[in-house]
Design a protein around this ligand. Structure first.
Ligand SMILES: *Cc1c(COP(=O)(O)O)cnc(C)c1O
Length: 357
């Protein structure tokens, strides 16, 4: 692996916006911290990443990302620890997924050391942007996009690597009403579903908007062939509790390998819960609602951690889940994760990456 010897160059803003932020009312993604990381890929190499004031980038309207969709991102979080340090949660797994997405989109990967040095430098500079309130965090958005300016269809020879951060509060999702999507698909096996690429989101908006017009909050995505097996919910992995067992669709190339999904499955197994990763059919789900053996359904992802489901609609009929309470598995998982991330419980998995500030 390449080693970076020189420290990251930092150009500080003379005009911090920190005082304008109401840390008690943080709307997800609304405020972007004072600084960002920028690096450029040119002639087969990444330039040294720099910390610069957050602001506009000058771009040609012909950059290839805008026309042919070479754009990949990540979403992760940093937390304030009880001892005053800052913890980036599972950056190694996020980095690994970032590179898998980049390879799928014919884009240059980011060396691990470059990724970690950039994250550390950025968070050290903007440490005061990491909120301290319970359940709040600094959301971190690394991204790479094709920046070569030309119109011909081709794999870009130039890219930009950027990291932005944004303080976010605790995310209370109102329990979701789900429409089972039996017409549209988010992705297909063999496609780009496992990659966090911009196009997956662009293609998911329309079916989601139709579902919202019909009074739903989100779509329960099913497989592209038969529309019979569950893939994900909205832009989250989906989990069910059936007969006391935590059940989630097994990964395939159409499903994103969520870090939250992976963390919850590991914690659940350690707590002695029965966990199953396998195909989950709509028939099984409908039967589980009829027999009342399904007690929970929830989305799992970095932004919300867990997002409870209230209703799943099967062919015009609403099936209700019981309201969540303190004994709900999804809340236990959420709290267990938070305790590890903030240092209240030991990090036995090596998930925490401490930044000393
Ligand atoms: C980001 C994302 C998730 C959740 O992944 P985490 O690593 O847990 O944040 C799930 N599904 C899709 C489609 C996503 O883009």
């Amino acid at each position: 692996m390449e080693t970076m010897t020189s420290p990251i160059v930092i150009e500080r803003t003379g005009n911090s916006r920190l005082r304008e932020i109401d840390f008690n009312n943080l709307e997800f993604g609304k405020h972007i911290s004072d600084h960002m990381i920028v690096a450029d890929w040119n002639k087969g190499n990444w330039s040294e990443p720099k910390v610069v004031p957050y602001g506009e980038l000058r771009m040609s309207p012909s950059i290839l990302a805008l026309h042919y969709g070479q754009a990949v991102f990540e979403g992760m979080k940093a937390f304030h620890m009880k001892d005053g340090t800052i913890n980036i949660f599972r950056p190694q797994k996020h980095h690994d997924r970032f590179n898998k997405s980049l390879v799928r989109m014919c884009m240059p990967t980011i060396p691990y050391e470059m990724f970690m040095m950039s994250l550390r430098a950025l968070i050290e500079v903007d440490k005061d942007w990491v909120p301290t309130g319970e359940g709040s965090a600094l959301y971190i958005r690394p991204l790479v996009f094709a920046s070569e300016a030309r119109l011909g269809v081709k794999v870009s020879d130039q890219y930009k690597f950027v990291i932005l951060t944004s303080p976010v509060g605790p995310y209370y999702s109102k329990p979701l009403r789900l429409k089972i999507e039996e017409h549209f698909t988010r992705t297909a096996e063999g496609g780009t579903g496992f990659a966090k690429c911009a196009g997956n989101y662009g293609g998911a908006f329309y079916p989601t908007q139709l579902a919202k017009q019909e009074g739903f909050d989100q779509v329960l995505w099913t497989d592209h062939k038969e529309h019979q097996y569950v893939d994900e919910v909205g832009m989250m992995n989906v989990m069910f509790v059936i007969d006391g067992t935590l059940v989630t669709p097994e990964l395939n190339s159409a499903i994103l390998d969520g870090v939250t999904r992976d963390s919850i499955l590991k914690i659940a197994r350690e707590m002695g819960l029965k966990v199953e990763e396998r195909r989950v059919s709509l028939d099984e789900l409908e039967q589980a609602f009829i027999s009342k053996s399904i007690t929970e359904a929830f989305g799992a992802g970095t932004a919300a951690v867990v997002a409870p489901v209230a209703i799943v609609n099967f062919h015009g009929t609403d099936h209700h889940l019981p309201p969540i309470d303190a004994s709900s598995i999804q809340l236990k998982m959420k709290h267990a994760l938070l305790e590890i991330r903030t240092g209240a419980k030991p990090d036995t998995h090596g998930w925490n990456c401490i930044v000393r500030v």
